[in-house]
Design a protein around this ligand. Structure first.
Ligand code: PLP
Length: 467
């Protein structure tokens, strides 16, 4: 309530009570003022009630919610279902204008405000996670998941170098990566990785060779990947960035869930400082615990971010942005830091528990944890002959453990993805000497108790299936 209405209340309720209530209201207003002026995560997260109040107020700024509004256009933010209306806090105009996803929408001052604020909050969250100001002067949150955002980013790059069709792509066996290149109308050129001990690593020599072979003028970019399933290591993005700078080739980093790993963040900073990075893309759900549906594209080059925004055809749904906005306000700086810290500190606990368990069954933890700080694996070398490796995965799933993956290398298999044939698809390499394995991730939000229960269940499964 504004001051005038509060004063009017004094005609109905004791004025000392109203004064007290006014003070409480002003605490809420201070939180909002601080958000609008600082444009950072609140030190402590806001309560749900405060967030809802703010959203209801912001929602009243969109024309479909104006008290006296009559809409006579073809798109007036009408929403038939009360449930849908509630689910979106009455924000139905989406974001952007037809010419630019990042542009303010005249019919929707409230939605535009949320979009702007979300970009600021994400920037702040990423800086808290370790990104430097020069690495990330601006970012754009898009309501598409990582693969589509990668495709839009590469399609935007392609406008600047239309004759270049090739994307050099150190192999990562995650279908969306490869499909994003094909969707952008480009030609993926897989670079086979090298196996060093248990680790699968970037083959810099092969990249260099491919550049000479294809000609740098025909190569649109190198597409590297940071966060990935073990035993693949994050790509050597610092070397790739230096090479890209030297060869004048663009560089896109797929950083799907890398915000949560300070080592990856550090390497992205180094890459931007010492070499060439055109953009790095990360998933909202994998880093910020929101439903699937968004991605963040960031770049040391503000103009490129703008070009991507302008290349998005039409408006977009605002929900993934709203989810992130609510989440970041609710988390606040303290919980965001706690989540990052606790993931990091649970990693040694998780890998040690797994090492002990593996030993019980004469298996071992793959020696990859020094490089890949999110995903890791154990060998499956001693399965009963009657047990196909994939059975371990399905047994875990039926014991309500999701997210682990089994890579069956017991026989050589060929798979075709986006018209390219791969040997042993899923394992990031044609030939992996340690053989079949199981991967698991220590990802943001995981709790110690979940690790303990998983280890118990895995023990039960292995007891039955190992000889
Ligand atoms: C999750 C993931 C993707 C694809 O992400 P979507 O958000 O599903 O499009 C791409 N690459 C890697 C490495 C991933 O982990």
């Amino acid at each position: 309530m504004n001051q005038k209405n509060l004063d009017l209340c004094k005609g109905l309720v004791k004025s000392s009570y109203i004064d007290q209530a006014t003070q409480a209201t002003s605490q809420y207003n201070k939180l909002v003022e601080s958000l609008l002026t600082q444009r950072r995560l609140p030190d402590q997260g806001w309560s749900d009630k405060v967030i809802e109040l703010f959203l209801e107020q912001v929602s009243m700024m969109d024309s479909n919610n104006f008290v006296e509004n009559i809409g006579v256009g073809e798109r007036e933010g009408r929403v038939f279902s009360g449930l849908v209306q509630k689910r979106h806090y009455g924000l139905s105009h989406g974001i952007g204008r037809s010419g630019d996803i990042n542009e303010q929408q005249p019919k929707a001052a409230g939605s535009s405000l949320i979009q702007k604020l979300t970009n600021y909050l994400v920037l702040d969250a990423m800086k808290i996670a370790g990104f430097e100001s020069d690495t990330i002067p601006s970012c754009l949150v898009l309501p598409m998941a990582t693969g589509m955002t990668l495709a839009l980013t590469m399609a935007t790059l392609a406008q600047q170098k239309p004759q270049a069709k090739y994307v050099l792509w150190p192999r990562i066996d995650q279908k969306s990566c490869l499909k994003s290149i094909a969707t952008a109308g480009l030609v993926p050129v897989p670079i086979e990785n090298i196996v060093v001990g248990d680790l699968i690593k970037t083959n810099m020599d092969a990249i260099q060779e491919k550049i000479s072979q294809l000609g740098r003028e025909n190569i649109l970019c190198i597409f590297s990947t940071t966060s990935c399933f073990a035993p693949r290591a994050p790509d050597d993005i610092v070397s790739i960035s230096k090479l890209c700078k030297q060869e004048n080739i663009a560089h896109i980093i797929n950083n799907a869930y890398g915000i949560q790993d300070s080592k990856i963040v550090h390497n992205i900073n180094q890459s931007c400082r010492q070499g060439r990075v055109d953009a790095f893309i990360q998933s909202t759900d994998k880093n910020f615990m929101v439903p699937v549906g968004g991605a963040i594209v960031a770049s040391p080059n503000k103009d490129f971010i703008q070009a991507i925004g302008k290349n998005y055809p039409g408006r977009a749904n605002g929900s993934p942005i709203l989810d992130l906005f609510i989440t970041l306000l609710s988390m606040g700086k303290d919980i965001w830091k706690t989540l990052l810290d606790s993931r990091k500190s649970l990693l040694p606990y998780f890998t040690e528990s797994l090492t002990t368990l593996a030993k019980e069954f004469n298996e071992r933890l793959l020696d990859t944890v020094s490089e890949n700080k999110i995903s890791f694996g154990i060998t499956l070398s001693n399965l009963k002959t009657s047990t196909p490796p994939s059975l371990i995965g399905s047994k875990l799933f039926s014991r309500s453990c999701s997210g682990s993956r089994v890579i069956d290398l017991s026989s050589n298999k060929k798979n075709t993805v986006a018209n390219i044939e791969f040997n042993n698809y899923g394992s990031h390499t044609d030939h992996y000497p340690p053989g079949s394995y199981l991967t698991i991730a220590c990802a943001i939000g995981i709790e110690k108790q979940e690790i303990d229960i998983f280890i118990q269940r895995l023990r039960l499964v292995l007891k039955k299936e190992l000889s």
